[in-house]
Design a protein around this ligand. Structure first.
Ligand SMILES: NC(=O)c1ccc[n+]([C@@H]2O[C@H](COP(=O)([O-])OP(=O)(O)OC[C@H]3O[C@@H](n4cnc5c(N)ncnc54)[C@H](OP(=O)(O)O)[C@@H]3O)[C@@H](O)[C@H]2O)c1
Length: 247
């Protein structure tokens, strides 16, 4: 059984969806969890769920695209809970549209949140992890970063960029006992996919060998594995969790 009793885990985008499931899974396995979202009230929803079930968690407001906000949230998290040993870069947004009509602010918002945001958070924890000679960094990418999707040039570029960032981080930090991996979810039932057209849902259900869309728990299970001591020799990898949709 995996155990994160002495670990402090920071999860960005922890207020709902995949991030909430990841935060709750780590808490269930004994970790102290820094739940981070765009407001403290949003992050507190998950913190309260964890505390109600006997776990340890704290809530922090963060805008991952802002270096100052990231620095102050991570400073507060490590002073409340202890040095961060696991970082899950999960916060993400979409601003879909065909490139022909895409506004440059929609490109910037998606790249600054999904890609630069993850870079900012890695920078905030890496010193502490290097000093401890231990750490786990997991970036939530997407099958769209591996395969592209029409109407998602900004999102696909950000998620493909995360895979490059994952490999570079693995190479830079590997000798310090730090691993960095990515998880590429397929189509998961959350707010982000709530307006997928019904015929696309049916297509996923028919095409994926698993016969269904994914749940946030499916992604949380992969993330805790990559953060565990059992995964010490896995680094720089992207684990697709899509029910087999893209095989
Ligand atoms: N759902 C899918 O099918 C799917 C598939 C592949 C990959 N993913 C990826 O998985 C991750 C989670 O997706 P989800 O479906 O759970 O998304 P979601 O339900 O839309 O939740 C997004 C989360 O990101 C947070 N967030 C947004 N902008 C932020 C910012 N600037 N700073 C800090 N936090 C921010 C939100 O916080 P607030 O609640 O405070 O707004 C929320 O917690 C994303 O990176 C997404 O791209 C999802």
């Amino acid at each position: 059984m995996m155990n994160f009793k002495d670990e402090v885990v920071a999860v960005t985008g922890a207020s709902r969806g995949i991030g909430q499931a990841i935060a709750m899974k780590f808490a269930e396995l004994g970790a102290s969890v820094a739940c981070m979202a765009t407001s403290e009230a949003n992050a507190a929803k998950t913190r309260d769920l964890i505390v109600e079930t006997g776990g340890v968690a704290a809530a922090f407001a963060i805008d991952v695209s802002s270096e100052e906000s990231v620095a102050s949230a991570f400073k507060a998290a490590s002073s409340d809970l202890g040095e961060i040993s696991v970082l899950v870069n999960n916060a993400g947004v979409t601003r879909d549209g065909l490139m022909m009509r895409m506004k440059s602010e929609d490109w910037d918002t998606v790249l600054n949140t999904n890609l630069k945001g993850s870079y900012n958070c890695i920078q905030a924890v890496m010193k502490g992890m290097m000093k401890a000679r231990y750490g786990r960094i997991i970036n939530i990418s997407s099958v769209v970063g591996l395969h592209g999707a029409p109407g998602q040039a900004n999102y696909a570029a950000s998620k493909a960029g995360l895979i490059g960032l994952t490999m570079a981080t693995a190479k830079e930090l590997g000798s310090r006992g730090i691993t960095c991996n990515a998880v590429a979810p397929g189509f998961i039932e959350t707010d982000m996919t709530s307006d997928l057209p019904e015929d696309f849902r049916e297509y996923v259900q028919k095409t994926a060998p698993a016969g269904r869309l994914g749940t946030p728990g499916d992604i949380a299970a992969a993330v805790v594995f990559l953060a565990s001591s059992e995964a010490a020799y896995i680094t720089g990898q992207t684990l697709t969790v899509d029910g087999g949709l893209f095989i």
